[in-house]
Design a protein around this ligand. Structure first.
Ligand SMILES: Nc1ncnc2c1ncn2[C@@H]1O[C@H](COP(=O)(O)OP(=O)(O)OP(=O)(O)O)[C@@H](O)[C@H]1O
Length: 580
């Protein structure tokens, strides 16, 4: 992303807050004007008051200076009030934009970033981008105003000395340019290192058991050290660079002062400049050099903002799920419900070019049908369900629901038609009840019935509905988590149910419950179920057999058991593996 585009987008951040920005700028202009008067008052106090012994002038001009400072400080508090408000609003909206984008971003984004990395990335970037509202930046703007006044003051007092001040500026420009270049590189390194570390750290926490079981701790410790060292090293270099930048600025300013005093003294000895004049001149020269240094330093501050802004805006540019479509599934609107049939028309999909996972799938599922999807590991079963959920889109072909391409439906309305229990269930860190209802109103009778149907009665009686299950259900067993996920789906009463390997963690009684559900609560519902268990396969209306990259085969369980040797062995293999 080009830097010019980044600057345009950063400027757009201020658009909703133009009024606040205008008030802050007004405060800064008035404040700069007031500050310009101060050296003049000092000059009069020295030349007219002290040197000529005029007490009245001393009292008058010191009082004027006092009032100017009071007014200036009041303005500063007022400006800071608005600036802090602006900063809070900008930070909030940057974070909100990132969060809302995450809720709509295509699911493929999550394949490349883990949670810890994502959190680190968003909070670092929002923090750095919102630095454009820092008091430092506004201070620089204020300095720009005072520079104009300062330059007028300098010319009024002595034009020869003004030339010395102006000659000094290109030197500072070269120095700052060098520092900015180095800082950008170091900040880039730091951002990359932190992101890499956060990704590694997230993975380390996720795989803590594996590290202990397989004796990986010394190896992971080494990885930790090299990654952390890279970050600490970048931070140290950055601090050192900051110190050099400040030191170079002070040295240059002092060098300028030295020159001004030498030349100024010469002019005083030749009676071309008053004593008060030289003090006023030195003050005004600071009004010119400080802003120029500060303006040049903007690049130094932006060296941190720009790399983060680029990453932040690249994240915001990641494609989102299609949400603008407005068709509502007919069954949402009609009572009694429509046919709710699903059809795959020549659907193909691949993650990588020339490596098809699903190839020319053609099948139709009528309302109320129970369909099993079966295939070897990696055959594309979960991918097929992701296509149904619109987490991904077909490369070719079309999936229709009630005869309409599912991509045409308004996405939330479409998803409300489906209750999914996925292979990897996610449970929220709240109570059993909240995890089942997920915000829906569920009557006590329905809840009781569902709890019994999925075999959760015992758990609920021993722990109670309001038992907190921990992060992702860490205080529950795998089977208990799967049962909660089942209950959560049943509560939705959607026309279509999708179960992805839901029986994998269940004991015999619980598996029988699932079988029973197909005949009772789910009798009129359409059900797609990924399973290899013969007791479920024997009760479905049809089986879709997937082989990676091949067109699907469709038939009944008995058809495959009699006519497909691979299928038979496969089902038995799974049964045996499950028994073992
Ligand atoms: N996000 C992804 N990016 C790239 N390739 C993927 C992705 N997800 C799955 N795959 C690949 O696509 C193929 C199908 O995966 P999928 O998860 O759909 O298989 P599956 O039939 O559900 O397998 P299993 O029985 O092991 O759950 C596999 O070869 C897998 O490596």
């Amino acid at each position: 992303m080009k830097e010019s585009i980044v600057y345009k987008r950063l400027a757009a951040t201020f658009r909703p807050h133009l009024k606040t920005v205008a008030i802050i700028l007004a405060c800064l202009i008035v404040s700069a004007g007031l500050n310009i008067l101060l050296p003049l008052t000092s000059k009069i106090i020295v030349d007219q008051g002290l040197l000529k012994g005029d007490m009245q002038a001393v009292i008058l001009y010191t009082s004027a200076a006092f009032l100017i400072v009071c007014l200036d400080k009041l303005l500063n508090v007022c400006k800071e009030n608005f600036r802090a408000g602006l900063s809070a609003q900008v930070t909030f909206s940057l974070f909100e934009k990132a969060y809302l984008h995450l809720t709509r971003i295509r699911m493929s984004y999550f394949n490349r970033t883990n949670e810890a990395e994502l959190l680190n990335q968003i909070s670092t970037d929002v923090g750095n981008v919102s630095r454009i509202t820092d008091s430092g930046i506004f201070f620089i703007i204020m300095q720009a105003f005072s520079m104009i006044g300062g330059l007028c003051g300098l010319l009024l007092i002595n034009w020869k000395m003004t030339v010395i001040v102006l000659c000094f500026l290109p030197i500072k420009y070269v120095v700052v340019k060098y520092f900015v270049k180095r800082r950008k590189r170091l900040v880039g390194d730091l951002i990359e290192g932190s992101s890499d570390f956060a990704q590694w750290f997230g993975e380390s926490i996720g795989g803590m058991k594996e590290q202990r079981m397989f004796g990986l701790i010394p190896h992971r410790h080494q990885q930790f050290s090299s990654r952390q060292r890279r970050i600490v090293d970048s931070e140290r270099k950055l601090s050192l660079l900051d110190a050099w930048n400040i030191a170079s600025e002070s040295i240059l300013v002092q060098l300028l002062m030295m020159l001004l005093y030498v030349v100024g003294a010469n002019l005083i000895f030749r009676l071309q400049l008053s004593v008060g004049g030289i003090f006023a001149f030195v003050s005004y020269s600071a009004y010119v050099t400080t802003p120029v240094f500060a303006i040049l330093n903007i690049g130094y501050i932006l060296a941190e903002v720009v790399p983060s802004s680029i990453r932040y805006y690249q994240f915001l540019d990641w494609a989102e799920e299609e949400t603008s479509n407005s068709v509502t599934p007919a069954s949402v609107l009609s009572d009694p419900p429509l046919e709710n049939h699903i059809a795959f028309h020549n659907v193909s999909f691949s993650y990588a070019k020339d490596e098809p996972v699903l190839s020319r799938l053609n099948f139709r599922i009528a309302r109320g049908e129970k369909v099993a999807i079966i295939g070897a590991n990696g055959a594309g079963k979960s991918t097929l369900l992701d296509l149904m959920m619109r987490f991904t889109q077909p490369d070719q072909g079309m999936i229709t629901y009630d005869g309409i391409d599912i991509q045409s439906y308004e996405i939330d309305a479409y998803r409300s038609q489906i209750a999914l229990v996925s292979q990897q269930v996610y449970l929220f860190d709240t109570t059993i009840l909240d995890n089942i209802c997920l915000g829906a109103e569920v009557s006590e009778d329905t809840m009781k019935a569902i709890i019994a149907e999925v075999g959760l009665e015992e758990l609920v009686h021993s722990l109670a509905y309001d038992f907190h299950i921990g992060s992702n259900g860490s205080r529950l067993s795998g089977g208990q988590r799967q049962k909660i996920a089942m209950a959560r789906a049943l509560v939705r009463e959607a026309p279509l149910f999708i179960f992805d390997e839901v029986t994998s963690n269940l004991d015999t009684a619980a598996r029988l419950n699932v079988q029973q559900l197909l005949k009772t609560r789910l009798r009129d519902k359409t059900v797609m179920i990924v399973t290899h268990r013969s007791e479920v396969l024997a009760h479905v209306d049809k089986v879709i057999l997937l082989e990676k990259g091949e067109p699907a085969q469709i038939g009944s369980h008995s058809y495959f058991m009699n006519g497909h040797a691979g299928y038979r062995e496969w089902v038995f293999e799974h049964e045996e593996a499950a028994i073992k």
